[in-house]
Design a protein around this ligand. Sequence first.
Ligand code: SF4
Length: 324
Amino acid sequence: MSLLEVRDLRITAGGVDLVRDLSFDVAAGEMLAVVGESGAGKSVTARAVVGLLPAGLRVSGRIRFDGEDLVGAAAYRKLWGRRIAFVPQDALSVLSPVHTIGDQLALAVRSVRGVGRREALARAVAALDRVGIPDAARRARAYPHEFSGGMRQRAVIAMATVNDPDLVVADEPTTALDPTVQARILDLLDSFRERAGTAVVLVTHDLPVAAARADRVLVVYAGRHVESGPAHRVLREPRAPYTAGLVASLPSPHSTSRYLPVLPGTPGSPGPGCAFAPRCPAVVDTCALREPESVEWRDGHRVSCHRLADLPPRTADLFEGITA
Ligand code: SF4
């Protein structure tokens, strides 16, 4: 049973579709990675899910959380910080520079639980400790500028999870952090899934992270569904040329070439057919005329490509590089 159901999500800006007909589900305790190149509509999708779209964008379709349709700010207000939390890419955008980290977390606790200041602060310190901030009681008295980038991001995760939400939506939470800190933050998200059954939607452009951490992946291009399903299937046996191109552009330990293959071209304005057609090595006439529908290939692995049935199988291993 899905905790989050998104159906036919459409997001437009000035009459242009940023996201079109996107549907996906996330179950309790599951991590869904939303992957694709920059500008593919990942972040705007994440923000739509948590009801934090910038002004000027229009959203339609259905977002259902724990059996309830989320429509309008009032529906989200009941859930923000309590059952649904958002971790943005840039920690500084959510931390106030003029309040201590501890006060900010304590305020998040009090606004949801209505407890006294002392208890809220104790919970704030416990949350900082849980995300691995050393000497949390002392550090709670520090201001955001006194934290390193990795510590700030951990503080934001502490803030997002201090009230044990059921769903965390994290938009590139480890971008610009060094690999060790990245791994710790991803470990943290895993620990919340295991400890509290928290569902996670992880927006990332990092396919190896998606392969290593996510239960399922959703590959998007120009705001459209490309391929989705269990991570081990989609990323080891990609069926869509776009996913295959993304996987092939990763470094392989078996390659003898000095150069990485790259996906040719850049995303442009989609025409009436498949959005990837101008860049696709497998394009045929139909592709430019009709948008492909999402079709189940097998066992929950869905693909949007007119040539799903006739393209040869490919296999790839993100950890071993391309194996066949
Ligand atoms: S529908 Fe056509 S253009 Fe689009 S990915 Fe498939 S083969 Fe390529």
